[in-house]
Design a protein around this ligand. Structure first.
Ligand code: ZN
Length: 178
């Protein structure tokens, strides 16, 4: 018997930090709105993500990070393009748009930790709450075709690792009040 799925009780508290101008693009290409959410692991701690996304040499960003504690930081507005997924390489994602950079039509969520770390319940809960909020705003379906793993776009990466349980996240999302 697995543990019962307990839906998150409180809406996510999001702390806006922003990031360096070199690490994202204002707006999205014409005709592109977010139609999927990409799950990442940050391969480090919360504070290192905060400082890396503020470094103009990084050339990368994400819209959000969810910490192990459940704390959420936001670096890029959802209507702007974060540099998190990049050009596809050996993709397995069936909704990938050929010839279009996946950053153009996705929202990227980093998660604090190493790929081999077990996610604390608080991190799953906050991630589910954040994903649900984003999905409501952009009419994104809550399924495995729209809650995408980074490695399904970039096949030579393992991100977000093999400990993260997407089925568990989807079950938590399904248990949320509609
Ligand atoms: Zn990633």
């Amino acid at each position: 018997m697995s543990a019962p799925i307990i839906p998150p009780a409180i809406p996510p508290v999001i702390r806006w930090l922003g990031c360096n101008n070199a690490n994202y693009r204002v707006g999205r290409p014409a005709g592109c709105t977010p139609t999927a959410i990409v799950i990442h692991i940050s391969d480090g701690c919360l504070s290192s993500a905060d400082s890396w996304f503020n470094n103009p040499h990084a050339q990368v960003s994400a819209h959000y990070i969810v910490a192990k504690s459940g704390e959420i930081h936001q670096y890029v507005k959802e209507q702007d393009t974060a540099f998190h997924a990049g050009a596809p390489l050996h993709p397995t994602w069936k909704l990938l748009r050929p010839g279009v950079n996946a950053n153009s039509y996705t929202i990227g969520i980093e998660h604090e930790g190493k790929a081999e770390d077990v996610w604390p319940e608080a991190q799953y809960q906050a991630s589910a709450q954040l994903v649900a909020d984003i999905a409501r705003r952009w009419w994104i379906p809550l399924d495995a075709d729209h809650i995408v793993l980074h490695r399904e776009i970039h096949g030579d990466r393992t991100c977000p690792g093999f400990v993260f349980d997407r089925a568990k996240l989807l079950a938590m999302l399904a248990a949320l009040p509609q």
